[in-house]
Design a protein around this ligand. Structure first.
Ligand SMILES: NC(=O)c1ccc[n+]([C@@H]2O[C@H](COP(=O)([O-])OP(=O)(O)OC[C@H]3O[C@@H](n4cnc5c(N)ncnc54)[C@H](O)[C@@H]3O)[C@@H](O)[C@H]2O)c1
Ligand SMILES: O=C[C@H](O)CS(=O)(=O)O
Length: 482
């Protein structure tokens, strides 16, 4: 691994300011999904180490919450600056462990850092209220206080940004933070800890623990000293963790699965819609929670859209993310390849027609960007989150059909549509049951916007002026006898 700063490649966990192995010396191997080569190992920690992390975060909270907002802001700003100074190394680490092309990894590092930059500023704007009291002898004051020790568990698909999107508001609010990253992609999280330490963020404030999801997850969700739990991952796991948090009534944020519709109306700019479709569908080889999952195209422009979308898809360059010009990297593991093959086989067996792609490259984890047309609601691709480079294209006739089909899912994270008519835009954006709606764009994620879902796609919002509210408690002071 040719890093400019080799200290960024850490194979130990960061707890209470110390770099530690598992108490029993157990480790987990980490491999590069592009070639299955061993990158290194990480500690396979469990219950005991998780308890140490909670103890450290609890102790550090008493001091961290008393730092001024400006002091916390300045430390976060320094962390942001160090991340951007070391972007090249962080990009290389991310592509090696997750597989996404270097250009996308560069985008993720900047995106992840933007949350730290954003919440460094929000730290200084955590305002309360004074409210005119009904009684002349009273005053009402409302303030916001850090909730306490926060814990999080994150997925492998965005190994940097899913962590900073939580850690930044937590630290900005005055909370301390414990992250357990996915075991497939731990090195991005550990590199963030190296830079947090260099930025001067005190020991115990930001802690990274790797290892047993179940054991560590049980400590982070059942331990009463943890006051806030934030999870990004699949809906089934989110439900499990939410249940575990109920035992101590923790404040919970959930960023879960999606099943995004991508609707193309007959007055859409088709060229623009195709560009948006490529961006939304094939980013991270289709492995993002906001990827377009179902394409609904109005019948009069169906053939044109399918032809132009497939022509653009055939141009995509698939290969090792380290190589120049690669746009489609590998899937994360064998299970992901088997799942997309099963979805494709099911669609074809139920009448879909293959337009482009459809093949796994040898025995690798690479799967061609694939489009099928004549998709129908009976197919698994209409109901489940594909999380791979497979695009089913459905046909509709009326705006009412488009809305009905788009909302026919338990998920409600991202949605997209392309239209020019303002009445269509207002009617459809009002009717879509999703937390986020991209209108004439396939890219909706940024630090200034409230990212999150409705229905079974989650609870709460990350980023924007709303994101810090997930990490505070509101306190109302009634000043009487005046
Ligand atoms: N809404 C969002 O912002 C968002 C972002 C990224 C990914 N996701 C979703 O995540 C899923 C893909 O990621 P994934 O396969 O890693 O999801 P996953 O739910 O299988 O795993 C997510 C994380 O939870 C851990 N985990 C799994 N079971 C656990 C348990 N019982 N206790 C504690 N931790 C446990 C995993 O090790 C991993 O670190 C997709 O559904 C995708 O939509 C959502
Ligand atoms: O996979 C889920 C991420 O939240 C995707 S994004 O980078 O925030 O769009």
């Amino acid at each position: 691994m040719k890093l400019k700063n080799s200290s960024l490649f850490q194979t130990k966990c960061y707890i209470n300011g110390f770099w530690l192995d598992a108490q029993n010396g157990a480790t987990i191997a980490v491999t590069n999904p592009a070639d299955q080569r061993l990158l290194g190992t990480i500690p396979n920690m469990g219950r005991n180490e998780a308890l140490e992390a909670v103890k450290a975060a609890s102790k550090a909270f008493d001091r961290w919450k008393k730092r001024s907002a400006k002091e916390r802001a300045n430390l976060l700003r320094r962390w942001f600056e160090l991340i951007m100074q070391h972007q090249d190394d962080l990009v290389l680490l991310l592509t090696l462990e997750q597989g996404k092309p270097l250009a996308e990894a560069k985008g993720e590092i900047a995106y992840g850092a933007s949350y730290i930059e954003w919440f460094a500023e929000e730290a200084k704007r955590l305002y309360g209220d004074t409210i005119p009291a009904p009684s002349a002898t009273q005053r009402i004051v409302v303030n916001k206080q850090p909730i306490g020790v926060c814990a999080a568990i994150t997925p492998w698909n965005f190994p940097n940004a899913m962590i900073t999107r939580k850690a930044a508001p937590a630290l900005a609010a005055g909370c301390t933070f414990i992250i357990r990253p996915a075991s497939q992609t731990p090195y991005s999280a550990l590199a963030l800890a190296v830079l947090a330490e260099q930025a001067g963020i005190p020991k115990g404030v930001f802690n990274v623990i790797t290892g047993s999801a179940r054991e560590i997850g049980e400590v982070l969700t059942f331990d009463d000293r943890v006051k806030k739990f934030s999870f990004t991952g699949s809906t089934p796991v989110g439900k499990t963790l939410m249940k575990q948090c109920a035992s101590t009534i923790k404040k919970v944020s959930l960023e879960l699965g999606g099943n995004a519709p991508f609707i193309v109306f007959d007055d859409a700019d088709i060229e623009s819609a195709v560009q948006g479709a490529i961006l939304s569908k094939f980013r991270n080889a289709g492995q993002t929670c906001v990827c377009a999952n179902r394409f609904y195209v109005q019948s009069s422009v169906y053939d044109e859209f399918v032809e132009k979308f497939s022509n653009a898809t055939r141009e995509l360059n698939i290969g090792n993310g380290l190589d120049d010009g690669v746009q489609i990297g590998p899937l994360i593991d064998e299970n992901a390849v088997a799942k997309v093959q099963a979805y494709l086989d099911d669609a074809l067996a139920k009448g879909a027609e293959l337009v482009t792609g459809g093949k796994r490259l040898g025995e690798s984890l690479f799967f061609e960007p694939t489009i099928v047309k004549n998709a129908t609601s009976e197919m698994l691709v209409a109901k489940e989150e594909i999380f791979a480079p497979l695009a089913p294209v459905f046909k509709f006739d009326t705006i009412e059909q488009a809305i009905e089909y788009a909302n026919d899912t338990e998920f409600g994270l991202a949605s997209y549509f392309y239209a020019q008519n303002i009445k269509t835009i207002v009617q459809v954006s009002d009717a879509l049951e999703y937390g986020m709606v991209g209108i004439n764009t396939g890219l909706i994620s940024n630090e200034a916007a409230p990212f999150g879902g409705v229905k079974q796609s989650g609870l709460g919002r990350e980023g924007s002026k709303y994101g810090i509210d997930e990490y505070v408690e509101m306190k109302y002071l009634a000043l009487g006898g005046l």
